[in-house]
Design a protein around this ligand. Sequence first.
Ligand code: ADP
Ligand code: GLC
Length: 481
Amino acid sequence: MTSVLSVSSEVFPLVKTGGLADVAGALPAALKPFGIEMRTLMPAYPGVVAKVGASEPVHRFPSLFGGPAMLLSAQSAGLDLLLLDAPHLYERAGGPYAGPGGYDHPDNWARFAALSRAAADIGLGAVPGFAPQIVHAHDWQGALAPVYLAFEDAPKPKTLVTIHNLAFQGTFPYGVFPRLGLPPEAWSIEGVEYYGSVGFLKGGIHACDCVTTVSPTYAREIVTPEGGMGLDGLLAGRGEELVGIVNGVDTAVWDPRTDPHIASNYDANDLDARRPNRDALVDEFALDVEDGPILAVVSRLTWQKGMDVLAEALGSILDAGVRMVIVGSGDRLLEGAFLAAQARRPGRVGVRIGYDEALAHRVQAGADALLVPSRFEPCGLTQLCALRYGCLPVVTRVGGLADTVIDANFAAMVAGAATGIVFSPLSVEALQGAVQRLVTLHANHDAWRRCQIQAMRSDVSWDASAARYASLYDTLLSQEN
Ligand code: ADP
Ligand code: GLC
């Protein structure tokens, strides 16, 4: 039995703003068959303690970044949780990272340094009966854990940092350094110093035993100046210790045969049973009834996701005979642009601003294709759900999108391997070209069906990737300190 502490700032189904929560929520169950016992540390944000039901204090911090705190042990949704209960840091309005006005909490450095400090302490034996052999930290919010451990002179666990998105690095002014509780020598290239600022992710990448990211292509992209967002040199320096492991999705939650959120359950052998879901989507979004494809977006509406390019190309996409469904929230200007398009072209485009899990399922089951035109995409989960639901992904050739979708080019069609449409670069012209290809493919009923069936056969489960994490843990544990 290998014992691992996973450290994450969000965990599905308790708190979620994006794919990180899905991954942190799914990993423990996926790793169990490999003899890995994973406990998950996350902050006790408002409502979390009530949601998990019974919990028990297992460690107290007399003072943790400005106030008393404790660790609560709880079981919920199949997860073995340690909740960091620190009201002075987490008990407040808004989301995990930002207040109700949308601005980051000003003390995020302390909120997540505290999470990392707690993780390091657990690694050093703070919780009776739990001695993790590995501390596996996710993103910048957990990345100081290996840094704290690196400066401890005691037997300690191996450490791993997973990068879910290099765009968020946890960089703070020098002034926070003296308050982190790190020794003075941590203010260096070997520690958290990053161009005169404090870099949480930078420090973690440097200090940990191994770095992973969430797809092989993203692992290659981030060692280049174009994709490395300033950390390419450091990442390249890690050589073989930087590993790309693609995410999976929870195939029990995302299963068109049993999905309780959709009008009609179906599988690859009975695609006619998918039709009522499409009709329901047309109704729900008051779309025109006609033959052309319905192309959907379920996404944060941001620059990373290429939504500005979509906004620019939207008129011409609708003119090409495509109807669009857009579900998401994010950048206020983009939300406004899509709502304005809906007002201008009702019946051609339907928009829902907001976050709605059940609606995401209805869209995946009802739309013909899912557009993910990301500028960069460490892995991406929505295209995996789309594959499973026979909703053909139309994606840019970046990161995990490039690793999980097989373009319907001539060779792939002949080989019966195609599962979607892949285009590059991200530009209005290339997007229009991809949409043209979509319209042509959709008009060829047999070819379309073949792609749908092949998409639904793709392995989007955690099985293969969990095996890779398990073998990485083994490798780490076999190494001398
Ligand atoms: P990211 O984490 O960069 O936002 P991912 O594709 O990895 O992108 O994960 C996004 C997750 O959030 C998926 O589970 C997706 O279904 C979900 N999601 C995104 N936007 C919405 C929305 N508006 N409503 C419901 N689910 C959404
Ligand atoms: C980040 C990335 C996304 C990835 C997710 C889970 O949010 O933007 O590509 O799928 O993390 O790893």
